[in-house]
Design a protein around this ligand. Structure first.
Ligand code: ASP
Length: 455
């Protein structure tokens, strides 16, 4: 209901803003003006505030929730000596599902070639790209000339020299590794001390859960705010903006393909894994995960959704805290099937738009770079765009001169980025949750998705 009310309010606000633009204005400027009319309105300010407070509430929980749940999970696993096995299975699941999703995207984008226009010419060939300049400059400044090598720095961040700073900056990967270490060695110290610390961590965990419940109770209101703010702004920006008219079929086909590929992964591949490998009823799992899917969809951030994902997987799907506490926080940063798929489709689409023919080897490189960068992408809105620049730079280095500047085509992605971001984030967190279910089942957990309320 929150999603629908938010979307409706946003739509109406967008229509009013567009109606307020003077006639005969240049379309590109009209879009910017309409978006300004929306963001200056007091309704927008209020809705944006509601949405933002909800996201801040979720983010507030992340650090204590991730650290305590991982420590507790690892202490429990450590006691049974299954850590290596669990870790191995988790990584195998993450890598293989991300790879499958990339391959789905790769196949569709090659079959439909949305970037190729009439006569096989790229839709951007010979076009004036100045209209994209400002959009592109914003993302590029974020990427700061990063190459694939720099992107691997995320692995460096796995060892944070200062754990307080890592927590303050929300560097989840570093925190996860530190929590793993703490949990592991906690399970190997003198039992008296161990009991004291574990009790303390458990206490903090319980309190964090209570706060999570409170924030979740406010979710419907937050979701109204988030959706209304996003949709009103997007509508106002795009409706009067005819800049993209000439490319619109290509861009819309691209968005359609990315969407279709995401949906194939979400509604065919992942449920098959649940059915065949985890041997559970996928419909039950969708039902259990509905709140998390909707939160992911409205926030476009896997990290912000993490508290809801954990709540759904543990309380509604019945996966133990031991498994979920380890698999989900790691998955929220490392396993992004939707993002990996989107990166691959988007990068190839831009190459097609410039009429650049990619060899098999170059496509293979895109697949691998999409896989690696999706591990490093942060779980925040629009994070993939930076990774796409990295991929395009890598392709660029392989092209013989004179070659078009591929990153200049990034503007094509802006039109549908937000709605696609909402969908890929939902796919990202759903894949994490399927991983938790699969691994829980393989560890012999019997209460997963049985339809009975878990204890
Ligand atoms: N918004 C995505 C997430 O948080 C990342 C991305 O694809 O931009 O999972």
């Amino acid at each position: 209901l929150g999603l629908m009310i938010g979307a409706a309010i946003g739509y109406v606000m967008g229509i009013f803003a567009v109606a307020g633009i003077p006639d005969g204005m240049e379309p590109g400027k009209a879009g910017v003006l309409a978006a300004e009319i929306v963001t200056d309105s007091s309704a927008y300010l209020l809705l944006d505030l509601l949405g933002d407070m909800f996201i801040r509430g979720l983010k507030l929980i992340i650090v204590p929730l991730v650290t305590t749940s991982i420590v507790l999970s690892i202490v429990n696993i450590g006691a049974q000596k299954g850590f290596g096995r669990l870790g191995g299975k988790t990584l195998l699941y993450y890598l293989s599902t991300s790879l499958i999703s990339i391959l789905i995207g790769l196949t569709l984008v090659n079959i439909f070639a949305p970037g190729s226009g009439a006569g096989g010419k790229g839709i951007l060939e010979g076009r004036d790209l100045s209209a994209f300049a400002s959009d592109q400059a914003t993302v590029q400044s974020k990427a700061g000339g990063k190459t694939a090598g720099d992107f691997l720095n995320v692995f460096r961040e796995m060892v944070p020299p200062n754990v307080v700073k890592a927590a303050a900056e929300g560097q989840l990967l570093g925190l996860i590794i530190v929590s793993l270490l703490v949990g592991y060695f906690l399970s190997r110290i003198n039992t008296d001390l161990q009991t004291v610390i574990v009790r303390l961590v458990e206490g903090i965990y319980q309190v964090t859960l209570k706060i999570t419940h409170l924030v979740l109770r406010l979710a419907p209101i937050g979701v109204v705010g988030l959706l209304a703010a996003t949709i009103s702004q997007q509508y106002a920006k795009l409706a009067p903006d005819q800049r993209f008219d000439q490319f619109i079929t290509g861009i819309a086909t691209f968005a359609g393909i990315a969407f279709a590929a995401l949906m194939i992964h979400l509604f065919m591949v992942l449920p098959l894994i649940l059915l065949l490998l985890a041997k559970v009823n996928p419909v039950r799992h969708y039902r259990a995960m509905a709140p998390a899917l909707m939160t992911a969809f409205s926030t476009a951030s896997s990290s912000a959704t993490l508290p809801v994902t954990m709540e759904c997987v543990e309380k509604r799907a019945g996966v133990s805290n031991k498994t979920a506490g380890f698999v989900l926080p790691l998955g929220a940063t490392v396993n992004m099937d939707g993002t990996a798929l989107y990166e691959c489709v988007a990068a190839i689409f831009i190459c097609q738009a410039f009429g650049v023919e990619l060899t098999m080897a170059q496509q293979f490189m895109i697949v691998i770079t999409a896989l690696l960068t999706s591990v490093g992408v942060a779980g925040v809105p629009a994070a993939s765009l930076v990774a796409i620049i990295v991929i395009l730079n890598a392709v660029q280095n392989q092209l013989a001169a004179p070659a078009p500047m591929l990153v200049a085509g990034l503007g094509l992605l802006f039109v549908f980025d937000r709605p696609l971001d909402m969908c890929r984030t939902a796919v990202n967190i759903f894949s994490d949750s399927c991983g938790a279910v699969l691994i829980a089942r393989s560890e012999g957990e019997a209460n997963v998705l049985t339809g009975e309320a878990p204890a």
